[in-house]
Design a protein around this ligand. Structure first.
Ligand SMILES: Nc1ncnc2c1ncn2[C@@H]1O[C@H](COP(=O)(O)OP(=O)(O)O)[C@@H](O)[C@H]1O
Ligand SMILES: [Mg+2]
Length: 385
């Protein structure tokens, strides 16, 4: 038996090196939190000028399945984490051979395929809405019919922000062959469209010692299937709140994940709570934790992967964020001074140099005396842009 060339219980403190697979905005904000605690950062991303590159000590350029680049990322790192789940499993295994990979290979392998993820959730007794996995055109037709012809069809791998999805309503005439081909003729998950009261998310952290802490739930609003704004606290009834927090803690423990896990949840009009999808990393719906929680999601991730004590997730103040998509740049630079005039509002940009429609360029955040006030402040600031 060969033992790992690292000690799993090592505490990583100032001067240590954290490596991150992915250098987008989530990697960037994690890197800032690590630097604040005196920890050095190395990132890997397909783009040399990725958002995290401007705050990292070192950037390694490599595609998500580049085993050789992953090896260079992990060599000499004290721990490796990730900000995107679409990393090739061979690259993940190579990393895990060289350094503690937190979240771990298996949680990411399950989560990175929506079909495998939904199946795992159902098999492990977590609440999910009616769904079927389709592996062929014929399967797809059968699944759509069986689920009542009011469905979301989602590709197993690579979909995000509503990309890689088809919505089929009860009044639509659909051709399963066309849907199958348009989604790339690959395994997909077919879900019954649920009658939603609201969408919430909940996040939990787990450290290598097994310590778990959940954040309060956030309420999320999507436009064109992209998160538009999010607010903490969610303002759902106390039973839903405590079930959501318990779910996050159960999920992170059952997956054996080390680091952060975010669960996107559906609350239906009948009062049911279902898991929509999981993310083994920081999540857009918790950016406001930097403003309103005792510990931000990014600091919590750094603490968890560095084997440090987890921080308190208590809410100090209601807080909200609104995403800034590239669309806002189409007629020139947005009017940031106008937004910053609104009380309690801060601006966070990701240093992405090419705005594109639908691309997340930054966010506005606000605190307020109530959740409604925090939300109204970010929305007012955004209108001023
Ligand atoms: N089964 C469903 N019923 C109702 N709405 C859904 C369903 N699945 C997805 N949606 C809507 O589409 C959004 C995006 O879907 P999601 O599965 O989260 O994919 P992704 O975020 O990876 O694009 C959800 O946040 C929700 O608004
Ligand atoms: Mg989602």
């Amino acid at each position: 038996m060969t033992s790992a060339p690292f000690q799993n219980s090592k505490i990583i403190g100032p001067g240590g090196m954290l490596a991150i697979l992915g250098g987008g905005q989530l990697g960037r904000m994690t890197a800032i939190a690590a630097r604040t605690m005196g920890i050095r950062v190395r990132v890997m991303d397909p783009e040399a000028a990725c958002p995290a590159s401007f705050v990292a000590d070192e950037t390694i350029v490599g595609q998500w399945d580049d085993v050789e680049a992953a090896r260079r990322l992990a060599a000499g790192a004290d721990a490796v984490t990730l900000e995107i789940e679409q990393i090739g499993v061979d690259a993940l295994r190579e990393v895990a051979r060289l350094a503690p990979l937190r979240p771990g290979v298996e949680p990411v392998r399950i989560i990175q395929d929506k079909a495998l993820q939904k199946t795992w959730l159902a098999e492990n007794g977590f609440p999910v809405g009616p769904f079927q996995v389709a592996r062929s055109e014929a399967d797809l037709g059968d699944a759509i019919a069986a689920l009542g012809c009011d469905v979301f069809v989602k590709i197993g791998r690579g979909g995000y922000d509503g990309r890689g999805q088809a919505r089929i309503g009860p009044a639509d005439t659909f051709d399963p062959g066309k849907v199958w081909r348009e989604l790339g003729a690959k395994p997909c998950v077919v879900e019954q469209a649920l009658d939603l009261e609201c969408e919430i998310s909940v996040m939990a952290a787990r450290s290598p010692s097994g310590e778990v802490r959940a954040f309060p739930a956030a309420r999320n609003h999507h436009e064109n299937q992209i998160l538009a704004w999010s607010v903490l606290p969610a303002g759902v009834d106390a039973k839903i709140e405590s079930r959501a927090e318990a779910l996050a803690a159960d999920l992170v423990a059952k997956l054996g994940l080390e680091g952060l896990l975010c669960a996107e949840l559906f609350v239906t009009r009948k009062g049911e709570l279902f898991v929509n999808e999981l993310a083994p990393r920081p999540h857009n719906s918790y950016h406001q934790s930097e403003r309103g929680c005792e510990t931000s999601q990014f600091e919590q991730l750094v603490r968890a992967v560095c084997n440090l004590p987890l921080g308190s997730t208590e809410l100090i103040s209601p807080c909200a964020i609104a995403n800034l998509l590239g669309d806002l740049w189409l007629n020139g630079a947005p009017n940031f001074p106008a937004a910053l005039q609104v009380e309690g509002v801060r601006l966070h940009l990701y240093e992405k140099h090419t705005p594109r429609a639908g691309r997340k360029m930054g966010h506005l955040s606000a605190v307020g005396a109530t959740a409604d006030e925090a939300l109204e402040r970010v929305l007012e600031a955004k209108r001023g842009l």
